[in-house]
Design a protein around this ligand. Structure first.
Ligand code: ATP
Length: 626
């Protein structure tokens, strides 16, 4: 018993600790849907008061009827009974109408609040550093914020409304019962306390269970994605992986389901015990009331009033506690939402930003940069030095995992190095406003996004602020070698791409890549960064593109990452990277003359190609050797 009391106290303390979330949620709802919230409060108050009117009218009706029957008043009685009956019907009708009105108001409020919370989650997702995506814990929080907390403010509001409305009715009912003896309202409250304890205890256990299983839930979501999404569909069929992932999904679901059912079973048992106790108390109170009626102390109307008020009171207590439990558990879940919204990005604007130098005069410099990805013990870059002179094309080559793409991520300030600096004309990137810095850079990522939108939109998304007309869109597409295949699409530049939406047209991997290249060109930024620009191009397309590349890059500072020698050789300077460091540098001819790693790999590739004749330009992937 002492253990139970201590536990109850602990749960109560935890419940009270949720108050701030409750208040913040109310603030959120108020901001999102002010007029609807006012209407909601008004309706709640009315709905809270009406049941009491029903109870009083019932008593008056029964008493008048009994009186009329006793006095054999006949039709005369209708003069008093009819208005009461009419009043009762009117109140019941109004109760119904208010319930419909409340449903409507809640729907409107729900839409506004959900959108408001979604917007907050989206804002925060856009604001956090990329480093957050390196942690499973972040995904857990995001998942809980998105899937568990999104609807919570509304459920919370609904519960709060129920508490307010039922609380009002309950107080009024208790007041109605009070003249018959203090014992009745006390019995009413006492009969419901065990239920409250059971409720709080199980809500808490359920929340803990959800927390513990967030990763498992995400895993089921992942298997579900593998089984249903288009992206893995081909490989899934080819390697016959469907049954494998389905069985993983099912076994995880089985585990979750069994645990959930066990929780529900425990809760059901505890509720049954608490419910039996409350029924016994009600039975006792009813017996007492009957005894009083038999003694002639109370009228039949009183008995009708008691039966209605006590029964309604018990139902209300149940709903009230249920709502309190909902408020409690929703507040627990909302703590996830608020802790997600409270995440602070580490990569942020400086307090006193400096203007980004335009045009670049000296160039970009990596100065003693060391960088480890969050949670990784291995350094992706170690005391790394690199110069990219303004207006030149610098190529970085190196084996997989050498750290090439990491350079781009640091240059765009998705992460900050530690220690070391990256400088634009001798000014640390950390001195610039993030948005301003990123506006100076245009990037073709290794795995660009395939926007399920028109071909034109796929290009102009590279710079939403650019106001150049259609000829400029075409020029960007031509520069990337995308113009010819776009012209062949059913609606040219207005063709919807991808298969997500109706009438979408699918492109090949290389075509998507050229479109992404056009997007990079469309953004007229002075720094052009290309990660594997030719990897998905066929040799003819690569050859064609390389012929024009220097002209297209004229006036820009270019950092190009590639595995292909035939692409790298067009650069002014080539740096060979290995394990996070530059190990060789020079122009193509200088590197060949040095006879180092680059030259060895080049010769091996050439040898390989001449053995495998014929080969076109671009057939050389510098994967081995370096
Ligand atoms: N998000 C990440 N979290 C942790 N480690 C990472 C992450 N991304 C890359 N790495 C590690 O950092 C190192 C450098 O990766 P990077 O992507 O820069 O290589 P890369 O030279 O571009 O390789 P590739 O040619 O295969 O694209 C690798 O060892 C890789 O495992």
């Amino acid at each position: 018993m002492r253990d139970h009391l201590a536990l109850a106290r602990a749960r109560l303390a935890l419940a009270l600790a949720q108050w701030p979330y409750l208040l913040r949620t109310l603030g959120m709802v108020w901001t999102a849907a002010r007029p609807w919230t006012l209407a909601w409060i008004g309706l709640l108050i009315l709905q809270g008061i009406l049941p009491v009117a029903t109870v009083y009218l019932t008593r008056a009706l029964v008493d008048n009827l009994v009186l009329a029957l006793e006095n054999q008043a006949g039709w005369m009685a209708y003069g008093t009974v009819l208005p009461l009956a009419g009043g009762l019907v009117g109140v019941l009708l109004l109760t119904r109408l208010l319930a419909y009105g409340a449903d409507f108001v809640r729907t409107a409020q729900a839409e506004l609040v959900t959108d408001h919370v979604s917007a907050l989650i989206h804002d925060q997702s856009m604001a956090v550093d990329l480093s957050f995506y390196e942690r499973a814990e972040y995904y857990d929080r995001l998942y809980r914020a998105q899937y568990h907390a999104l609807e919570r403010p509304l459920i919370l509001l609904e519960s709060l409304g129920a508490v307010l409305q039922n609380g009002l009715t309950l107080v009024a009912m208790a007041a109605v019962l009070l003249p018959y003896g203090v014992g009745l309202p006390v019995a009413l409250v006492a009969s419901s306390l065990p239920a409250l304890y059971v409720l709080l205890e199980h809500r808490y256990r359920f929340h803990c269970w959800r927390l513990k299983n967030t990763e498992n839930e995400r895993r089921t979501w992942y298997y579900n994605w593998l089984l249903t999404d288009r992206e893995p569909a081909a490989e899934l069929r080819m390697f016959d992986l469907g049954p494998h992932f389905q069985s993983r999904f099912q076994s995880l679901r089985r585990q979750l389901r069994n645990e959930r059912i066990r929780l529900a079973w425990d809760q059901g048992k505890a509720e049954a015990v608490a419910g039996t106790g409350s029924l016994l108390i009600m039975g006792g109170a009813l017996a007492w009331m009957l005894w009083k009626v038999m003694q002639g102390l109370f009228s039949l109307g009183d008995l009708a009033l008691f039966a209605q008020a006590f029964q309604q009171g018990q139902r209300l207590m149940g709903t009230l506690f249920e709502s309190l439990g909902d408020i409690y558990s929703n507040s627990l879940f909302l703590s996830d939402l608020f802790s997600f919204l409270a995440l602070k990005p580490a990569v942020a604007d400086p307090e006193k930003p400096v203007a980004v130098p335009t045009p670049l005069r000296q160039g970009i410099r990596f100065d003693g940069v060391t960088f480890r990805y969050p949670g990784s013990a291995r350094a992706a870059l170690k005391n790394f030095h690199l110069e990219i002179p303004a207006g030149q094309i610098v190529a970085i080559v190196g084996a997989n995992g050498a750290g090439k793409s990491t350079l781009i991520r640091l240059l765009c300030r998705f992460y900050d190095p530690d220690p070391g600096r990256i400088l634009l004309d001798d000014v640390d990137l950390r001195c610039f406003r993030l948005q301003e810095l990123r506006r100076q850079i245009t990037v073709l990522f290794q795995e660009p996004i395939r926007y399920q939108d028109t071909a034109r939109e796929n290009i102009v998304l590279g710079d939403r602020l650019a106001v150049n007309g259609f000829p400029a869109v075409q020029a960007a597409a031509r520069a990337a070698g995308a113009d010819s295949f776009i012209a062949g699409l059913p609606h040219g530049y207005e063709t919807l791409l991808g298969r997500w939406f109706k009438e979408g047209c699918e492109l090949s991997g290389g075509e998507w890549q050229r479109l992404a290249l056009a997007r990079a060109y469309w953004r007229l930024a002075p720094i052009l960064v290309l990660d594997e620009p030719t990897s998905a191009m066929d040799p003819w397309a690569e050859h064609d593109w390389l012929q024009r590349f220097r002209r297209l890059a004229a006036g820009r500072t270019v950092l190009m990452i590639t595995h292909r020698f035939t692409t790298a050789m067009y650069a002014d300077m080539i740096h060979v990277m290995e394990a996070g460091q530059v190990v060789e540098s020079g122009s193509h001819d200088q590197l060949l003359a040095q006879g180092g790693r680059y030259a060895r790999s080049w010769r091996q590739q050439m040898q390989g190609v001449s053995d495998l004749k014929p080969a076109g330009p671009g057939a050389l992937d510098m994967v081995a050797g370096i």
